[in-house]
Ligand binder design. Structure first.
Ligand code: AHR
Length: 660
């Protein structure tokens, strides 16, 4: 498409001479749905788990390693010339965490120790930090735990921790630290120092050194507050976890083994992941489930289905252990406390079963392993998993990891899963893709590449950008029109640590400094669309394209809802809209919330380094005219939601015009 700059006019209400775009919505006859759900996929990509939503501040806290990532002192440095040596003691902290760091005096007198740079910095504020570390070796004296500047001598806060450590065992030390002042920036470190003269052998071993700021809902081992809040404010109602590619692993021996993620951190070995860094497994299955519970999210849980990213395919006669493992996983999530895995869940503090509806078998099985992988999925892997899950848990909805568009004949009773990462034009072209299809979830969707580029052979765009966001809006509207068969749509992936990332296009960008937390253009779209759930879609008469829309009602609120977006309008002119809901009378009020791009640049984006926001969110209270219709204009590349329920969440106070 050729884009001509539009005169965006906050003139959503201006009277245009062009003929009105008439939309007549019937009061009944559409699809009753249980509501189309909007949410996101989370996997640890872009350091979006460790160093992202998982609030741990210490990087490489337990010297974990894997075949792909050798053990190292990454993130650590010595204090006062201490000698740091990675050590494999005869008595390790646990089999899962066999490597510790030995801290011995160097050539300089005085207290020695270790310091950690965090996930590329640490946010230090006057708030309660909760920490712990394990020590091996007899020591009489105090440890000093401090938060300090990496650039200056400033110490923002410290606490003395009395030693409990002994000669031949590991002893945990816990502490709380409230800094006396906020740090001016995030170039900070955390250190533990001690007087080596008090150490019987002259040195000490440390492992599992952990420090958490206050977390979302005050969960121990919980989520980073600002990121969780930004996600909660999206009004999500569903989460897909734990991947994505992360579920599949690099090979059939290193997939995301949920059993390794349970229980005390001391027993979690970590995981090499698939995104170029070692992961801690701190954000484990239970933490994911608590996240879902705390945000009141439905869950799609992916279970490993015997295919890894390198194309390792599990043969039919070796598949059963993976099926058993998936059944155990389901039992862990929803089994009664007297079941084997329900009892484990209860022992970890959650006797109540979690809420669970969807089980996805694998991830993108049409991709890794090529044709052989996909054939094995269709021939025996999907059928074997499906049969076992249907038998044990007939009420659960099984989801296959591919769609009819990759040639899957989606079995009766199963939903497919479609993952469109597309250009904006392609998303618009796919608006009606599911009009005559069987049920699917849209497990991952995002605008990723600019129009007219070279697609997957090229780079993803820099950040979510305005025209991409409008393309997403149109695809979302297309899915919601088919909400009776397409129950949920997920943005993916959602988070990107600006210091180490593999995938540019994410809903939120972040770094150690919370000032870098940036809501992308897509965040504003998804927030708006999700804030107005429909319980029914309603049939509407009117043309589609370049104005795309879905109409419906929310029976719980007694409201009519319309969601629309304009893309590639004639001469980039605004589209005058006359929207008529059957039964709506003259004088009825509706809230119209419109998103446009304040820079009038389709390539504009929200840049964490700039702290800008190119999305203009405007709300208007409209009054139905004497024919009961609402009249407004949709500028080129605009997105809007009209809702006759005026008490909508978060109507912007930025601009509010009252008509009539
Ligand atoms: O969201 C990023 C990746 O894209 C997911 O891990 C994978 O499922 C898809 O290919």
């Amino acid at each position: 498409m050729t884009f001509l700059k539009s005169a965006f006019a906050a003139a959503a209400l201006a009277v245009s001479s062009a003929a009105a775009w008439e939309i007549n919505v019937s009061a009944s006859g559409g699809n009753a749905t249980s509501g189309h759900q909007y949410g996101f996929l989370h996997e640890d990509i872009n350091n979006s788990g460790d160093g992202g939503i998982y609030a741990e501040l210490i990087r490489n806290r337990a010297f974990q390693y894997s075949e792909a990532y050798p053990v190292s002192l990454d993130g650590w440095h010595s204090v006062n010339d201490a000698q740091l040596t990675l050590n494999r003691l005869e008595l390790p902290l646990s089999d899962a965490l066999p490597v510790s760091v030995n801290v011995a005096p160097g050539t300089v007198c005085g207290n020695i120790g270790i310091a950690n740079d965090g996930y590329w910095g640490m946010d230090v504020k006057v708030q309660k930090y909760t920490g712990s570390f394990w020590v091996y070796g007899a020591y009489e004296g105090n440890f000093t735990a401090s938060l300090q500047s990496l650039l200056t001598d400033d110490v923002f806060g410290s606490v003395e921790v009395v030693s409990k450590s002994v000669a031949d065992d590991w002893v945990e030390h816990e502490f709380e630290l409230i800094p006396d002042m906020d740090a001016p920036n995030s170039n900070n470190t955390f250190s533990i120092t001690f007087d080596a003269e008090g150490a019987a052998s002259g040195s000490l071993d440390f492992n599992l050194i952990s420090l958490f700021p206050p977390t979302y809902k005050n969960r121990k081992n919980g989520l980073r507050l600002d990121l969780a809040q930004a996600l909660e404010e999206l009004h999500p109602s569903i989460i897909r976890l734990p991947g994505g590619n992360m579920l599949e692993g690099l090979n059939n021996k290193t997939w995301w083994d949920w059993k390794d993620t349970l229980g005390p951190l001391r027993y979690r070995p970590g995981f090499q992941g698939v995104w170029d860094y070692q992961q801690t497994h701190g954000l484990g299955l239970l933490e994911y489930l608590q996240w879902a519970e705390d945000m009141d999210l439905e869950i799609v849980v992916g279970v490993f289905a015997g295919l890894a990213l390198n194309g390792d395919i599990t043969p039919k006669d070796k598949l059963q252990p993976f099926i058993d493992d998936a059944l155990d996983q389901i039992e862990f999530i929803i089994g009664p406390v007297d079941s084997e895995w329900g009892a484990v869940r209860a022992s970890l503090g959650h006797p109540e079963p979690f809420r669970l509806k969807y089980i996805e078998i694998g991830n993108e099985d049409w991709l890794a392993g090529g044709d052989a992988g996909w054939q094995s999925y269709m021939e025996y892997r999907l059928p074997m998993f499906q049969a076992a899950i249907n038998e044990a848990y007939p009420h659960l909805q099984v989801v296959a990891s591919g769609s009819s568009h990759e040639g899957l004949e989606v079995p009766e009773g199963v939903l497919g899963d479609y993952h469109p990462y597309r250009t904006p034009d392609e998303l618009v072209e796919e608006f009606d893709k599911f009009d005559n299809d069987v049920g699917h979830i849209i497990g991952e969707v995002a605008a990723t590449h600019p129009n007219g580029g070279i697609g997957w052979d090229g780079e993803l765009y820099t950040f979510p950008w305005w025209i991409g966001t409008v393309g997403e809006a149109i695809s979302m509207i297309g899915y919601e029109r088919n909400a009776d068969r397409i129950p949920a749509t997920f943005y993916a992936p959602i988070l990107r640590n600006m210091n180490r990332w593999q995938w540019a296009m994410t809903m939120l960008q972040h770094a150690a400094d919370p000032a870098m937390t940036t809501r992308s253009t897509s965040w504003y779209l998804w927030e708006l669309i999700a804030a107005h759930p429909m319980t029914h879609t309603l049939p509407a008469e009117g043309e589609l394209g370049p104005l795309y829309y879905v109409s419906g009602k929310n029976e719980d609120k007694g409201s009519f809802i319309w969601k629309g977006a304009a893309y590639n309008t004639t001469d980039s002119a605004p589209i005058p809209v006359t929207l008529n809901f059957e039964g709506v009378e003259q004088g009825t009020k509706a809230l119209l919330t419109m998103l446009t791009n304040s820079e009038e640049d389709p390539y504009a984006y929200n840049d964490p380094h700039e702290g800008n926001n190119v999305v203009d969110r405007t709300t208007f209270v409209l009054t139905a005219n004497d024919e009961g219709a609402f009249e407004f204009e949709m500028p080129e590349l605009s997105i809007a939601v009209l809702d006759t329920h005026l008490d909508c969440p978060n109507p912007s106070k930025k601009k509010r015009a009252v008509l009539n």
